[in-house]
Design a protein around this ligand. Structure first.
Ligand SMILES: *Cc1c(COP(=O)(O)O)cnc(C)c1O
Length: 237
């Protein structure tokens, strides 16, 4: 299958899962996870109808931005973000999915305040708070127990708007196991919605190539799909 066909197939699966959940397909955004894909491939995906692209490494994002790879799509940052790299991301993407500490949120807020002083068009950075829903030691994200306290602090920061939550759950053995993590995220999402900005649509970013249908069944509003769209990634070191 070529890219256009794979995209159509994923859109069909999204519509099917949405229908099964009694939801509208247009409530769900398909984000193409474009890591390791070159600018030409990203452009091809956008020409096929991809409306949102997400990078998880700052260097790749910077390189492909310089090549105008994302023209015609909304650009997201979905990877782990270090405070010393915030300057290369804030104000350049519509949504940062991976804020998981007050320190990082403060850096984003601070950077946006400086940028808005320079250009009136740059006002807010919209963000998601990443939750370590499986409580894995190796993963980033705030622990569910600490989520509310973190949101409370982040919500006070200027030039930044909380749009919702994101997670990368542990690798599940079965679709049911994946659904349980997603269901827990949906509970957290509903509980913490009062902290999200009232000026923007709320986003629950969960589901990847192997489990996006399950995520949609449990309330995901944005799925991040790489392999199912582009094929296996080839890493060149
Ligand atoms: C790479 C990546 C994805 C997509 O993963 P696939 O399994 O290839 O669909 C989703 N989210 C994040 C944060 C990623 O880094």
């Amino acid at each position: 299958m070529d890219l256009a066909e794979k995209l159509k197939e994923i859109e069909r699966q999204i519509a099917k899962a949405a229908q099964k959940a009694g939801r509208r397909a247009d409530e769900i955004t398909l984000l193409a996870a474009t890591k390791t894909q070159d600018a030409a491939t990203v452009r091809e995906a956008i020409a096929c109808g991809v409306k949102a692209a997400g990078e998880n490494r700052v260097q790749e994002l910077t390189e492909k931005l310089a090549q105008n790879a994302y023209e015609g799509a909304a650009l997201h940052f979905i990877g782990h973000l270090q405070t010393n790299k915030v300057r290369q991301v804030a104000g350049k993407v519509v949504l940062i999915h991976s804020v998981d500490s007050l320190k990082l949120a403060q850096e984003v807020s601070h950077t946006m305040q400086q940028l808005s002083g320079l250009a009136a068009s740059v006002q807010f950075q919209d963000i998601l708070v990443e939750v370590n829903i499986g409580g894995e030691l190796s993963k980033s994200g705030v622990e569910p127990q600490g989520l509310q306290a973190l949101l409370e602090e982040i919500a006070k920061l200027p030039s930044l708007r909380i749009a919702g939550l994101m997670c990368i759950p542990p690798r599940a053995e079965t679709p049911d196991e994946a659904r349980r993590y997603f269901a827990r995220m949906k509970v957290l999402f509903d509980q913490t919605e009062p902290y999200f900005s009232k000026q923007i649509p709320h986003v629950l970013s969960m589901g990847m190539s192997g489990d996006y249908q399950e995520a949609i069944l449990e309330g995901s509003t944005l799925v991040r799909v790489g392999t199912a769209l582009f094929g296996p990634r080839i890493y060149i070191q």
